[in-house]
Design a protein around this ligand. Sequence first.
Ligand code: ADP
Ligand code: MG
Length: 376
Amino acid sequence: MKEIKFEHIRKFYGDTEVVKDLSFTVKEGERLILLGPSGCGKSTILRMIAGLEDITDGSLYMDGKKMNDVPSGHRNVAMVFQNYALYPHMTVKQNIIYGLKVHKLPKQEIQDRLDSVLDMLQLRGLEDRLPKELSGGQRQRVALARATVKRSNFFLLDEPLSNLDAQLRVSARKELVKIHEMFKQTIVYVTHDQIEAMTFADRIVLMYNGELQMIDTPTNVYHRPANIFTAKFIGSPPTNILEMDYNQGRIIIGQQSFELTEMWKRHIKKAQIENLVFGIRPEHVQLSKSPSQNGLKGEVKYIENQGDSYSVYLDLDGQEMIALSEDRHWHQGETAYLSPQLERIHLFNKETENSIGYPEELNETENNMEERGIYV
Ligand code: ADP
Ligand code: MG
């Protein structure tokens, strides 16, 4: 089984704990994305899998075997580093096959693997160039090629596309998917870019400050954030998070309030938590020029053009709320009426910042929607 299992893993640098009690399993053949802001411990986690970093505490299993003390060279991993780490004095071809020669593979096998990867990553004609004679995108493809020819069970990538421009990133992502479909490696892919995570991942591990925040499918990370951090990190513009009070089925924000549906009222009652924080994504707030039933009103403060829509920043009795609108006729200072889509709201426990979950009825619809491929 090409599975990777973290069991209560901790990592210290000196007195600083940079990975905190981490437990999760990467399934055989899956594309798992480690996502989180810079400094949250992603590279450290990847380097522990690769055997480039000691594990302070806990156990790492790969293929069912404990790997804590197994040297890097014996872990059946291939790794792509953020800065590519190509050998500057070697040609493209030499860079790609270096590892295979070290492992003394038969000549013909080396040639076959080289041919296949040169075609797949469109590197034909560049075999004899030095890295300094290549563009950023080409260097990145050489780094991918060098890792791919190893045909390792475990493929580790540390922000492999972050040095590329947006267009190249899209095509490189497609190449990666192709490689994965061909070799079905277990992939752990580090990025701080949520778009990359949403588009490439089977599942996402969201990290913050050395701690796992949520592990789930992109759909669930977006629609069912486990806590406030996840809700704010995923999505652009981020989820609106507002202070609120709850009273007899109504959410009170500042001087205004609106009524929840019966299923939410039942859910809150069942959860027995009334000290709540309100969350809603900008794309799930409807804006209008005329008063809406069961809605709120705010003052337009700022408008940002998103191309196909506008982010309208509103002041809601002293708190900020962003709403997406296709209408471009919004002006600073005018009054806007907004209605949150009630089946799209998120409620968090104010003390723990964790989600209080969702009414069962909603979860049923969400599951159906995912099966029908409506999201993402
Ligand atoms: P990320 O890849 O998510 O940006 P890293 O795993 O590189 O984060 O780093 C996690 C934390 O560990 C950071 O605070 C970083 O400063 C610290 N760190 C990383 N490497 C070392 C090291 N060799 N010595 C001391 N601290 C380190
Ligand atoms: Mg890093």
